[in-house]
Design a protein around this ligand. Structure first.
Ligand SMILES: *Cc1c(COP(=O)(O)O)cnc(C)c1O
Length: 365
């Protein structure tokens, strides 16, 4: 029996070995490793790809979120609306900027922020909202933008899982006032190390992000604000340029695999992810729901199939947020008890996904 891996980050390297080796050697030989031609070229290419005016490469996805908030003037005393069921980075970025994350419950069907819950979560201190395009599907942005505009809120989208996904014909990086991306190796567009970027159409915001992420210096050795160091290096930028050319192909493979899951698992007791008609997701993760999760994980493992939980503990139940433990967030808590991520990625063949489906149907029969 062959193993079916959940994820294989080495696969992209193996399929592009020659091109990547050449690019890395080119950077090494150039003698220029930070803020050079590769970064400038990648920023231009990624902004163009995602339909935004500007892209600023930064150190990682968490920094991309924090820098955006700080550049927008969000800080101590401010509340920021965040999904109750996101990866903890979304919350941490708010906390690190000095502000307070206020959770908003999601829609069970799509896992994304429910626009109808925004009004209730709003406080007089609310200055921003961070919709996350969770698992690779965009949040329902139009009602969120409408609400944000009526309350004068800054809208930062967390697009760390959504490189290449579409909302009503617009790409993830072009939604909201700014979009934060991560190039962590396991993301749909991943580097060989850490990396991130902020996309925006607002040149002033982009300029501020560049300054804060470069020691608060607009001019070298002139530090007008308390910045920090967050940069996307030349080697990662060179690698990302090569991988960006393949992103649509890889996302297409993910869509084909997701279509198999959706078809084959339709008649099982699993609750499948819903795709609204305005959405073209990129399936960073394929997440199903079941109350029989632990038994199913065991059955899959016995058949050589890896599965994972994204995420086992909601942010408000983490030790890091002891002050939020007592919040009542039943939708998020229920989702965290039921979600299960099945193998997904361009390293998989359709036959392998068929095999996962056969094993799941066998479990429920
Ligand atoms: C991965 C991820 C981040 C953080 O990205 P890093 O590059 O690991 O800092 C933020 N938000 C979401 C939703 C993510 O999945």
């Amino acid at each position: 029996m062959t193993e079916i891996k959940f994820l294989d980050v080495g696969w992209t390297r193996r399929t592009l070995a020659k091109k990547i080796d050449e690019a890395v050697k080119r950077v090494l030989d150039s003698g220029w490793y930070i803020h050079g031609d590769e970064l400038a070229a990648f920023e231009k290419e990624f902004a163009h790809y995602a339909g935004a005016k500007s892209c600023t490469g930064v150190g990682n996805g968490l920094d991309a979120l924090e820098l955006s908030l700080r550049a927008a003037g969000i800080g101590p005393g401010d509340d920021v609306l965040v999904p109750s069921n996101t990866y903890i980075a979304t919350w941490l970025a708010v906390t690190r900027a000095g502000a307070n994350p206020v959770p908003v419950e999601p829609l069970e069907s799509t896992f994304n922020m429910n626009p109808d819950n925004l009004e209730e979560a709003l406080t007089p201190q609310t200055k921003a909202v961070i919709p996350v395009h969770l698992y690779g599907q965009t949040a329902d942005m139009d009602p969120i933008m409408e609400f944000a505009e009526s309350k004068n809120l800054f809208v930062l989208t967390d697009a760390a899982q959504a490189h290449g996904s579409y909302y009503k014909g617009r790409m993830a990086g072009s939604l909201g006032h700014a979009a934060a991306f991560s190039f962590y190796p396991g993301k749909n567009l991943g580097a060989f190390g850490d990396g991130g970027a902020v996309l925006t159409n607002d040149p002033e915001l982009a300029a501020k992000i560049k300054v804060i992420g470069n020691y608060g210096a607009e001019k070298k050795y002139h530090h007008d604000s308390l910045g920090f160091n967050s940069r996307l290096d030349e080697i990662q930028a060179a690698v990302l340029r090569i991988k960006l050319e393949k992103l649509d192909n890889w996302n297409w493979t993910r869509k084909e695999l997701a279509a198999i899951y959706l078809k084959e698992l339709a008649d099982t007791p699993l609750i499948l992810p819903e795709v609204p008609e305005w959405s073209i997701p990129v399936w960073h993760l394929f997440v199903v729901r079941t109350t029989a999760r632990e038994a199913l994980i065991k059955h899959l493992a016995e058949n050589g199939i890896e599965s994972l939980i994204h995420y086992p503990i909601p942010p408000h139940k983490q030790g890091a947020y002891k002050d939020k433990q007592n919040l009542s967030l039943p939708v998020s808590e229920k989702l965290h008890r039921e979600v299960l991520s099945l193998p997904m990625g361009p390293h998989l063949k359709p036959e392998q996904v068929q095999q996962v489906c056969t094993v799941i149907k066998d479990f429920f029969s």
